[in-house]
Design a protein around this ligand. Structure first.
Ligand SMILES: C[S@@+](CC[C@H](N)C(=O)[O-])C[C@H]1O[C@@H](n2cnc3c(N)ncnc32)[C@H](O)[C@@H]1O
Length: 243
């Protein structure tokens, strides 16, 4: 198959695995992993949708969940997930067409996935369908307000100004982002109300919100971010599936 015809996440699975898993990324070790542990105390069956190479699925198994299912469309991610073991079972599938029966899971985790999915409403409908009533969703996103495309810290030495620039926010944009040289991945920007209203319409009631400050280990690697510590990179939403 020509390289361009291969799904970008399949093509760049190795890049993700090298830079963001197995302790390589302080945003996972210092921020995402503790939040997932705190928000998903063990109890029954949990599905990690868009699980990648399974780092959070393994964490949930280790935390004591009885059954952990990792689901991802990328064969390369699932191959490494299976090789790394640790207890979860893995199935190939998508968050917008989840290969599970209705009402069969007690919790769903979706971490840094929906920004790459074109049909948000299909994904939220599927999440609500597979959750039992009273089950929990933990959704982690790049902060939709502060990390909109074109946003970032500006240090203007000529004018002597430092500020956080906000990129275009209100317009939903489907595009590609060059996240590293030669690594282009699909990225969908949506304003926050699209997520919050979509969750509510799908019967997923908001319980808790987290906007953690940038991780210390991230800032140690990006000192220019020091002055921007007031601007979160991550948004966490915990929801409960209404009856
Ligand atoms: C940024 S990685 C996050 C992986 C994992 N959730 C983690 O936090 O380690 C994004 C993942 O989303 C997956 N993905 C892309 N489109 C998807 C879709 N429609 N449904 C489910 N997963 C998808 C990719 O294959 C990739 O593994």
């Amino acid at each position: 198959m020509p390289a361009a015809a291969v799904d970008p996440w399949e093509r760049h699975a190795g890049w993700w695995q090298e830079h963001f898993t197995a302790g390589a990324d302080p945003e996972y070790t210092e921020q995402i992993e503790p939040l997932v542990r705190a928000w998903l105390p063990p109890g029954g069956t949990v599905a990690d949708l868009g699980c990648g190479e399974g780092q959070l699925a393994r964490l949930l198994a280790e935390a004591g969940w009885e059954r952990v299912l990792g689901i991802d469309p990328s064969a390369a991610q699932l191959a490494l997930a299976r090789a790394r073991g640790g207890g979860p079972a893995y199935v190939r599938g998508r968050v917008d067409a989840v290969p599970l029966a209705a009402g069969t899971v007690d919790a769903v985790l979706v971490c840094l996935v929906l920004e790459h999915v074109a049909d948000l409403d299909a994904a939220l409908t599927e999440i609500a369908r597979v959750l039992r009533c009273g089950g929990r969703l933990v959704l982690l996103l790049n902060h939709p307000l502060l990390q909109a495309p074109g946003s970032g810290w500006v240090d203007d030495h000529i004018l002597g100004e430092q500020y956080w620039r906000l990129g275009g926010y209100l317009t939903e944009q489907v595009g590609e982002e060059e996240v590293a040289p030669g690594v282009r991945l699909p990225f969908v920007h949506r304003p926050l109300h699209r997520y919050l209203n979509g969750l509510r319409r799908s019967g997923l009631a908001l319980e808790e919100v987290a906007e953690p400050a940038p991780a210390a280990g991230f800032q140690a690697r990006a000192p220019e971010y020091d002055a921007a510590a007031e601007y979160p990179r991550l948004l966490g939403l915990r929801c409960v599936r209404a009856a």
